[in-house]
Design a protein around this ligand. Structure first.
Ligand SMILES: *Cc1c(COP(=O)(O)O)cnc(C)c1O
Length: 241
């Protein structure tokens, strides 16, 4: 039995997290409404990278519905301990083909498919466990050398290849714009992803409903430009070590 003094800091932490999560959800809703969209059209992905499992547990019990993770090994440790909790798990990091097996077992959505070789391996691993794996294609919208993702020409080819794969379900696109000190500067990149999504959907006559874009510094602008998934870590957990 813990004493009240031992319990108090954890309780205080949890109520702080509930408040912060609610603030983020309110800002998401008001950015959606302000641009004529339904607040339900935008889902929050709580980014847990580098956060210990107890913080993730606390986030889920405070109302985080989707946990985003960047590293397979780190995600496996958290997933094993928290799998019974009512949350979805999304993969948002760079995925190596030799980790595809683990990715399809854990994740409800993989945001970062950037090659047909990776897509084929995910399809193969998903088939082995009888799953149709939801995915997004990661686009390098700024063309920066340091960023993963495909350009528009490659995106067209990749999407054409993916739609042939029976155990993958393509739901949309994801991007990370360059880092800016002012969120407005990211707006053209978010707009470009939405335009690319519209063109691809039209050309290939497919539905691509998800746009995963926007992080702590710029998620309201991303929502104004059509984001359906915003990926937020720092605004909830504070700066990473
Ligand atoms: C870390 C990370 C985020 C969250 O960034 P914050 O600025 O902490 O909100 C979002 N997306 C990806 C792909 C990330 O790696």
């Amino acid at each position: 039995m813990k004493t009240a003094a031992q319990q108090w800091p954890r309780m205080a932490d949890t109520s702080k997290m509930i408040r912060e999560l609610n603030t983020i959800k309110e800002r998401i809703a008001s950015a959606a409404k302000g641009s004529g969209r339904s607040p339900d059209a935008v889902r929050l992905v709580t980014v847990g990278k580098t956060q210990p499992v107890e913080r993730i547990r606390e986030a889920i019990s405070s109302g985080a519905e989707i946990i985003g993770e960047n590293y397979i090994q780190e995600a496996r440790e958290k997933f094993d301990q928290l799998v019974q909790l009512d949350a979805q798990w999304h993969f948002i990091g760079h995925l190596q083909r030799n980790k595809a097996k683990f990715a399809v077992r854990m994740f409800d959505l993989i945001h970062t498919v950037d090659s047909l070789r990776l897509a084929r391996e995910l399809d193969h691993q998903a088939r082995k466990i009888g799953k149709v794996q939801p995915i997004l294609v990661q686009v390098n919208i700024s063309g920066e050398q340091t960023k993963s993702g495909v350009d528009e020409t490659q995106a067209l080819e990749l999407v054409q290849g993916i739609v042939e794969l029976e155990n993958l379900r393509l739901e949309g696109l994801m991007t990370m714009p360059p880092f800016f000190d002012a969120p407005e500067k990211a707006r053209p990149f978010f707009e470009a992803l939405r335009t690319m999504r519209d063109r691809l959907a039209h050309q290939l006559k497919i539905e691509l409903k998800e746009l995963s874009m926007g992080m702590t510094g710029d998620y309201e602008v991303a929502i104004e430009e059509g984001a359906t998934l915003v990926r937020i870590g720092t605004a909830l957990f504070g700066a990473r070590q």
